[in-house]
Design a protein around this ligand. Structure first.
Ligand code: FAD
Ligand code: PHB
Length: 390
């Protein structure tokens, strides 16, 4: 079969790109290796930058977001038992929206069903071919049969573990892992806060997010080797209360419906382009979640690549050739911000020498005090958290 753009991966990046192409009358097929239920069940990011919200609105994909998303005007930064509010509206005139990636994916899929898109789940063994030629294709196995999709372009929206990035000869990557992980929970309890709380505590980082006015999402810094089995619900609530507590405030507890541990890494590929192949989202870069940038970076890539593919079909090849450079330039700024937030807010237990460890912790407190004490520093954080231009 033939289509103009073969997209590998039905995460937020692949699904959103499909909608951009559809609006421009460009045909596409999405191949996803997992089942629809699996894709719908994945709980991940929760914060949308204003730019991401704007893109969804421009595409008419914001009905569910408008109904269920929560507009937040800032965040709380907490350390040494004090909580400070940063007001993004006052600082940079921007907001962010709390809207789960799970809800976004469900909405994008419903809209694909409505317009009759060709989205194939449980399509395994995808392999891109002929990327250096004018006639690329993707081979895969779907419903027990081998399929071959001839196309003009292949888009790798297949995440960090996908097949597209390794298909680029000579590609390099720069990466680092962190000596800590996040234990995340979803709980059926109204949030105990208005805006998100990011807290540095001697026991480790903690954060209070949410999915709705009825469901809270909370995170704890743990060691990467830890097992979720060692974290009973009671132990989790106790640690959250200890790390997030400030005088006169209590964390409300509820039934934990999901809990898991996620490692943290920073990763950037040397290119997002090879001939007729383009990478978007986690296929090309990963950030630690402290800056809430993973999903937003995927949306930023897709907005840029979508526009470039539309220009290409109208005879202008230049935006497509500029895509990798532009997306990576933006991504390195996002990497820097995510790394900065991460290192400022986590306890570096891996530092073996006790004096050096304490030095590190105290300089993080100094950095936080500077950040909340300086309007310029607050504005720099707000500008990056609410999102750099696409
Ligand atoms: P993905 O969402 O990874 O989608 C890629 C899709 O491609 C998947 O559906 C996968 O099944 C499919 N695929 C892979 N290989 C193939 C193949 N060979 N053939 C066909 N299909 C394939 N970000 C935040 O900002 N905040 C968070 O709290 C947060 N939490 C996270 C928790 C976890 C466990 C993970 C893994 C990520 C988290 N992220 C978070 C990051 C954020 O979710 C990602 O940045 C975002 O999902 C990127 O979207 P994507 O579409 O590029 O990739
Ligand atoms: C979330 O709600 O899952 C979330 C919010 C902000 C982050 C990371 C995760 O920085």
């Amino acid at each position: 079969m033939r289509t103009q753009v073969a997209i590998i991966g039905a995460g937020p990046a692949g699904l959103l790109l499909g909608h951009i192409l559809h609006r421009a009358g460009i045909s596409f097929t999405i191949l996803e290796q997992k089942s629809r239920e699996y894709v719908l069940g994945r709980i991940r990011a929760g914060v949308l930058e204003q730019g991401s919200v704007d893109i969804l609105r421009e595409l008419g994909l914001d009905a569910d977001l408008a109904e269920r998303g929560l507009t937040h005007h800032g965040i709380h930064l907490q350390y040494e038992g004090q909580r400070h509010h940063l007001d993004f509206v006052d600082l940079v005139g921007r907001t962010v929206s709390i809207y789960g990636q799970q809800a976004l994916v469900a909405h994008l899929l419903r809209e694909h069903d409505r317009i009759g898109s060709d989205v194939r789940f449980e399509a395994t063994d995808a392999v891109p071919h002929g990327l250096e030629t004018g006639t690329p294709s993707v081979a895969a196995v779907h419903e027990g049969r081998e399929v071959r999709i001839d196309c003009d372009f292949v888009v790798g929206a297949d995440g960090y573990h996908g097949v597209c990035r390794p298909a680029i000869p000579g590609i390099r990557a720069w990466e680092r892992s962190y000596p800590y992980a996040w234990l995340g929970i979803l709980a059926d309890v109204p949030p105990s806060t208005d805006d998100l709380i990011y807290a540095l505590h001697p026991d480790g980082f903690a954060m209070h997010s949410m999915r709705s006015l009825e469901v809270s999402r909370l995170y704890l810094q743990v060691d990467p080797g830890e097992s979720i089995d060692d974290w009973s619900d009671a132990r989790i609530w106790e640690a959250l209360q200890a790390r997030l507590g400030v005088p006169g405030w209590m964390l409300q507890q509820g039934t934990i419906t999901e809990k898991s541990i996620t490692p943290m890494r920073s990763f950037v590929a040397s290119t997002l382009e090879h001939g007729r192949l383009f990478l978007v989202g986690d296929a090309g870069h990963i950030v630690p979640p402290t800056g809430a940038k993973g999903l937003n970076s995927a949306i930023a890539d897709v907005a840029l690549l979508g526009r470039a593919l539309v220009a290409q079909t109208r005879g202008d090849e230049r935006p497509l050739r500029a895509y990798s450079g532009s997306a990576l330039a933006r991504q390195w700024k996002v990497q820097q911000f995510s790394q900065w937030m991460t290192e400022m807010l986590h306890v570096h237990r891996d530092v073996a020498d006790a004096s050096a460890r304490e030095f590190r912790y105290r300089s993080q407190v100094g950095q936080l005090e500077y950040t909340v004490g300086s309007r310029h520093a607050q504005a720099a954080l707000a500008e990056q958290y609410a999102g750099l231009p696409f």
